[in-house]
Design a protein around this ligand. Sequence first.
Ligand code: NAI
Length: 246
Amino acid sequence: MRLKDKVAIVTGGGRGIGETTCIRFAEEGAKVVVADMNEADIQIVVEKIKQMGGEAVGMKVDVTDGVLVEKMIAETVTKYGKLDILVNNAGITADGKLVKMTEEQWDKVINVNLKGVFICGQAAAKVMSEQGYGVILNASSIVGIYGNFGQTNYAATKWGVIGMAKTWAKELGPKGIRVNAVAPGFIMTPMTEKMPEKVLDMMKDKSPLKTLGYPEDIANAYVYLASDEAKFVTGTVLSVDGGVVL
Ligand code: NAI
């Protein structure tokens, strides 16, 4: 029960890493707001948590919409009285080589992965500053740190959220708020399942551990960083990648 009675919002909580994070947080005693664009997925996750005896509520939100995000934060505080944790997990890809990438592909990914994190982070920071405590966690990626073929837009956003985490750690630390980023390696989720098998095999082979990661590997990192065990950890990037870049 490392998150007992904490109130957490997980964006993109409807599937993949976000879904597993919602479930792990609930297992650790958190009250979880499953925030996603996909209503059907939200309901499935909320139901799973309730069946475990946990506490969860679903909120349909597009993280790029400031009005909806403010509403989500306000409804969370009205329902649970506070906001302890925000996991900025929602993210998308729209890949293409630099010379072929369209402005539309660029804008789409920047909008969700970068502007969405800014909008949610800002709205949460206002509430957390007033409370005098809180934790914000941003989903980065090894792709943000090391780059990746065909992912100019995605890599820019995943490096960008590290910059935001470090800036917010400096700005919000004096108000009792910790901010960190997690940089997953290749994790088996609906996002990576569409990748060719030979690329996944190559990634597996590159890891000294000879395995891909699973959503619970990242969810467990979020649990640690969100918990009081990490009370002296802020402004850092935790790589959870099976050593794939060593
Ligand atoms: P996923 O594609 O399985 O799930 C993403 C979720 O975000 C979906 O439920 C989707 O509906 C939601 N979402 C998308 N746009 C949204 C918006 N505008 N507003 C609200 N919700 C929105 O993704 P996955 O693989 O679980 O990744 C989660 C995060 O982890 C992403 O930020 C991703 O970039 C990052 N990551 C994933 C890695 C992987 O190998 N799967 C590796 C490194 C980072």
